[in-house]
Design a protein. Structure first.
Length: 289
């Protein structure tokens, strides 16, 4: 019994040592995995989002041509470019006219600006005139960009291998087969690279369509004073004359028919009033001998 009780402390010490060594082994394995776990955190592995932004704005200004020039200057100052610009004098109004817009000069632009400058540019447009409408659309194309990158990377490796095969080809048939396969791969690779470049350009530069219309006051200068009254009177006169001509054209056939009926009635009436022995027409009565 005494030996048994003496061995108990030694056994406890050995068990504690074993448990301590086990815990040290676990912590060592954790510390070895910790660096890899830190590199795989969602914040570090997250890819930047690829977003394509498209916007449109409509303005009513006094001079659309001058406004178009000002918009072009704002875009160039922001580091963008003007892709399209058109100006039209005396354009007819339509169902999409803005409040205060009437038939007059208009200008349309399609511009490209850096994505981070679009908000400031839309704010600067408010200084040019009255903003009628603004529309912004954002499209997340991160998945498309990653897919294109993966396909491009997958095609580049086989292309390198095919070039190596061409260099080591021992027969003409093998060389032609390698050249044909390399040509097909190269065409597909160039197409994907072109799509990726276009997508990157859309992400980097936002597209903005701007419509500039002339205000009602600017479209009708000189509507007040003597000249304005003279112009109004002349327009009223031409409108009245035009209406009278239209009425005359409508009534003319009826007037012709009424004239013919009146002429026939007049002839019949004269014949009824002539005496019984009266000569007819210009015939004179016979003179006595």
């Amino acid at each position: 019994m005494r030996r048994t009780w003496c061995l108990l402390p030694l056994t406890a010490v050995l068990l504690a040592g074993c448990s301590g060594s086990g815990s040290t082994s676990d912590s060592g394995s954790y510390s070895a995995a910790a660096p890899g776990a830190e590199l795989a955190t969602p914040d570090d592995a997250a890819e930047p989002r690829q977003v394509v932004t498209t916007a449109s704005a409509s303005l009513v200004v006094d001079d659309p041509r001058a406004g178009a020039q000002q918009v072009s200057e704002l875009v160039e100052d922001a580091g963008g470019r003007v892709d399209q610009r058109s100006e039209q004098a005396g354009a007819a109004g339509g169902p999409g006219d803005l409040p205060g817009e009437r038939p007059g000069d208009v200008a349309d632009l399609v511009v490209r600006v850096p994505a981070d400058e679009l908000t400031d540019l839309l704010r600067d447009l408010e200084d040019l005139g009255e903003v009628g409408s603004v529309s912004i659309t954002r499209d997340d194309v991160t998945g498309t960009a990653l897919d294109l990158d993966a396909r491009i990377s997958a095609l580049q490796t086989p292309a390198d291998r095919l070039e190596s095969l061409m260099a080591g080809a021992t027969t003409t048939e093998a060389l032609l087969d390698a050249e044909q396969a390399l040509s097909e791969r190269q065409q597909e690779l160039e197409s994907l690279q072109s799509q990726r470049t276009a997508l990157a350009d859309q992400v980097e530069l936002s597209t903005l369509a701007v419509h500039l219309a002339q205000t009602e006051a600017a479209a009708d200068p000189g509507r007040s004073g003597f000249l304005g009254g003279l112009d109004t009177g002349w327009q009223a006169l031409t409108t009245a004359v035009g209406g009278a001509v239209v009425v005359l054209g409508v009534l003319l056939p009826w007037l012709v028919v009424a004239g013919l009926v009146g002429l026939v009635a007049l002839v019949v009436h004269r014949r009824r009033r002539r005496p019984a022995g009266a000569p007819v027409g210009d015939e004179l009565p016979a003179q006595p001998q």
